[in-house]
Design a protein around this ligand. Structure first.
Ligand SMILES: Nc1nc2c(ncn2[C@@H]2O[C@H](COP(=O)(O)OP(=O)(O)OP(=O)(O)O)[C@@H](O)[C@H]2O)c(=O)[nH]1
Ligand SMILES: [Mg+2]
Length: 470
């Protein structure tokens, strides 16, 4: 049978790529890493730092806990020429040049999906012991994407009315009401049983989108849906985005009613936007790192921390976890190792970084338990892919005080700062400190001799891929 005759070159390409990947997987040589995190959690900085350290900073001093490096087995690591031809390449040069400037800045927030594969050339432990010069290659496939789009994945498991219920529960919380007031008033006057009025639907959708944008700007909420309302990609202005939550739900949906139109748009968004994104990029992962910005949510307050906890659980449920046998690994791989990482831990004092690990552990204890039950290896740590501060001891009133030293984002001067002590568990709402937690965001530290510094990136690498580089 010559079905391939009818295939387009791009589907042929895809097939070839898939076959190659399957072959590599069969020899355990291709790892697809899910870098998971909401907008601002540090995915782009993490991927950039990973590439930088693995390609130009592979000394034992720099990555002591990454065995392939500390055992002298890594020959070299480099980005592979792009295979997924239809996906833009991760712009490493752009990102690293920001971090290496004299006065470094953070790479810009991500606006589209992009990818990069790293190839590791290494000697195996056995080869080294037996003095075999033979090298092996491991491919590590990475994807970067706007964190806003990640938040759309849970929609796939929701009906329109379930989504509305969730949205109203969120928007009516006293903390977010000052932002949502206008929209809530408008939607209260909206009669969804009436015949479709395009202008009215558009006006309310725009008001809802403006609300999402404001929440993103002024709070640290991560569960803002639909994500394309914030980063539309090529859907800017498309009617498929013009839906919003309503509060009352008719027992029966009348044809040509506004309600029916909203349900249709919601379902079309799931089917045409979220599902393909999920299918094309969010399946077939082997390993997962979940980057969590706890300092951001702690700074924003109790409600945002609790919302982050819920959103993380919802997102985790969207990935396929478990132990894979050889066959299932070839055709239906599952994530068998998950690292929960409290990112940006340089924002607190060294000795308090373990509080962040404990806090994250508590937030994800149920998910971690479920994962372990399914045979997944789970670890939690605090890390910082790009250090933004130095630790210092300053003398104050004759006493040495531990602090951090760096340049706050948007400021001109470097400062010494004593950050608040992060809690090691979720404080109850009524036990939240009066003045809240004021963690500051700093610009990256200026690179020394072109080198970036990190905290525990080597531990993370060892956990995530160390066993594949033996
Ligand atoms: N202190 C510290 N701050 C970091 C680190 N990584 C990221 N940040 C901060 O977090 C912000 C967001 O980082 P990004 O890497 O752009 O986050 P992202 O997950 O890619 O965000 P989206 O592209 O919007 O999804 C940066 O601008 C920094 O302010 C880190 O390792 N340490
Ligand atoms: Mg990004």
């Amino acid at each position: 049978m010559t079905t391939s005759r009818f295939r387009t070159p791009s589907s042929l390409d895809k097939l070839k790529q898939q076959a190659k990947k399957t072959l590599h997987r069969s020899f355990d040589k291709h790892i697809k890493l899910a870098v998971t995190g909401f907008s601002g959690s540090g995915k782009t900085a993490f991927i950039t730092a990973l590439i930088k350290h693995l390609t130009t900073q592979t000394s034992t001093d720099n990555l002591p806990f990454f065995d392939v490096v500390s055992e002298g087995r890594l020959v070299a690591c480099r980005p592979e020429p792009q295979k997924a031809l239809a996906v833009p390449t991760f712009d490493y040069q752009q990102a690293i040049s920001c971090l290496l400037e004299e006065l470094p800045t953070w790479p810009a927030s991500t606006k589209r999906i992009n990818t990069l594969t790293l190839a590791f050339r290494y000697h195996s432990e056995r080869g080294l012991k037996q003095h075999l010069a033979q090298t092996h290659t491991l491919y590590l496939e990475l994807y970067d994407y706007p964190g806003e789009w990640l938040m759309d994945l849970p929609l796939l498991k929701m009906t329109f009315s379930e989504w509305c219920e969730q949205q109203f529960a969120l928007l009516k919380k006293p903390k977010y009401q000052p932002f949502s007031q206008t929209f809530l008033q408008l939607v209260e006057q909206f009669d969804s049983t009436q015949a479709v009025d395009e202008n009215k639907l558009k006006m309310l959708a725009q008001s809802y989108h403006a609300l999402l944008a404001q929440l993103q700007r002024d709070t640290r909420l991560s569960n803002l849906q639909p994500g394309r309302a914030l980063i539309p990609g090529d859907l800017e202005g498309a009617p498929i985005l013009l839906f919003f939550p309503v509060q009352s739900h008719p027992n029966e949906i009348t044809e040509h009613s506004q309600y029916q139109q909203l349900v249709e748009r919601f379902e079309a968004y799931k089917k045409q936007v979220v599902a393909p994104f999920y299918k094309d990029y969010f399946c077939q992962f082997d390993r997962q790192v979940v980057l969590v910005d706890l300092l951001g949510s702690l700074s924003d307050g109790y409600d945002t921390l609790k919302e982050q906890e819920v959103a993380l659980k919802q997102i985790l449920a969207m990935f396929s976890h478990g132990k894979s046998g050889l066959l299932s690994r070839l055709f239906n791989p599952k994530i068998d190792k998950v690292l929960f990482a409290a990112n940006k831990c340089d924002g607190v004092l060294n000795e308090q970084q373990s509080n962040l690990t404990r806090l994250l552990n508590e937030m994800l204890v149920d998910s971690a338990n479920e994962l372990r039950f399914n045979g997944v290896t789970v670890d939690t740590m605090s890390l910082s892919s790009v250090r933004s501060v130095e630790s210092r001891a300053v003398k104050e009133g004759g006493q040495h005080v531990q602090c951090i030293y760096g340049k706050p984002v948007g400021e001109q001067q470097f400062i010494n700062y004593v950050p608040p002590t992060p809690p090691d568990h979720i404080p109850k709402a009524n036990a939240w400190p009066q003045g809240g937690f004021e963690f500051i965001a700093f610009e990256p530290l200026p690179a020394k001799h072109g080198n970036l510094s990190h905290i525990r990136l080597d531990h993370a690498l060892q956990f995530l891929i160390g066993d594949k580089l033996r």
